[in-house]
Design a protein around this ligand. Structure first.
Ligand code: T3D
Length: 261
């Protein structure tokens, strides 16, 4: 298909594929708009309990399509508009979705393509994948949350060096550094990611959404405030029917049958 975003509906989850393989799935406006629509549709579908994002072809995503950024002589390109309109809402949405979002990074993830992947809850990468904060090469600043996420994931020393040098790092190093959850063999990437999604499709989803809320608040909270938040979220979790079912199933030594969202 020549649609820039492909969506597949599975049993309890959706797979979104970035689909401009000739351009390593770089974002143009059409892809931005289609991705937003696909993510919103997943959110609106109450049977959707996990989202898998991957890329078609040999790349995951090369960030902003630079063909749309070539200045004519004398022209001033005003950046920030696409961030405000697309990347920032996307990152906020991925963090706030009430179910887990898994990135299956199949190949190079560059620029905003890297940081959108890192904004997902769980990042799996093929051994062949690489991660590169390519912004500095063209005089830009890591965006889509990069300057916030990187130091938190891998520490200031590594974050600053990656941002300033634009050095690509392998999936294996990314795993060793704690940038991503796991590096797997190329052929195992999608099977592993789908297995995870299938597991989430049977999970107590409303509880997982509360876990995401707790992590979202943690970086700016004191321990004291976070303890209070955990108490409040736990109270809320306890009202979910899936909690009662989880306890019953445990006591009865059977598999739980969760409602989800
Ligand atoms: O609004 C705003 O603009 C601000 C927001 C910014 C967000 C950003 O993401 S800024 C950063 C933009 N991205 C980049 O700077 C990365 C550019 N790409 C690369 O550095 C390299 O392509 C890669 C390291 C990602 C991969 O290298 P390689 O050697 O594996 O592949 P390649 O040959 O460079 O790319 C293959 C094709 O994809 C090629 O097209 P062609 O020659 O076959 O017709 C290449 O031009 C195209 N491509 C790759 N990345 C982009 C792209 N075309 C347009 N935009 C791209 N970002």
């Amino acid at each position: 298909s020549d649609s820039p975003i492909l969506t597949e509906q599975r049993d309890g989850y959706r797979v979104i594929t970035l689909n401009r393989p000739d351009k390593l799935n770089a974002f143009n406006d059409a892809m931005h708009a289609a991705l937003r629509e696909a993510v919103d549709a997943a959110e609106a579908d109450e049977t959707c309990r996990a989202l898998l994002i991957t890329g078609a072809g040999r790349g995951f995503c090369a960030g902003q399509d630079l063909a749309d950024r070539v200045a004519k002589p004398g022209e001033k390109i005003v950046l920030g508009v696409t961030l405000e309109q697309y990347y920032n809402p996307l990152v906020r949405k991925l963090r706030a979705l009430p179910f887990p979002v898994i990135a299956a990074v199949n190949g190079v993830a560059a620029g905003a393509g890297c940081n959108v992947a890192l904004a997902c809850d769980i990042v799996l990468a093929a051994r062949a994948a690489t991660f590169v904060q390519s912004f500095a090469r063209i005089g830009l600043v890591p965006d889509s949350g990069g300057t916030w996420l990187l130091p938190r994931l891998i520490g200031e020393a590594r974050a600053r060096a990656l941002a300033l040098t634009a050095e690509p790092i392998s999936a294996e190093k990314a795993e060793n550094w704690g940038l991503i959850y796991k590096c797997v063999d190329d052929a195992a990437l999608l099977p592993e990611a789908e297995k995870l999604c299938a597991q989430f499709a049977k999970a107590p989803t409303a509880g997982l959404a509360l876990i995401k809320q707790a992590f979202a608040a943690s970086p700016t909270n004191t321990l004291d405030a976070q303890l209070d938040l955990e108490r409040d979220l736990q109270r809320q979790a306890g009202f979910n029917p899936d909690y009662a079912e989880g306890v019953r199933a445990f006591m009865e030594k059977r598999k739980p049958n969760f409602i989800g969202r």
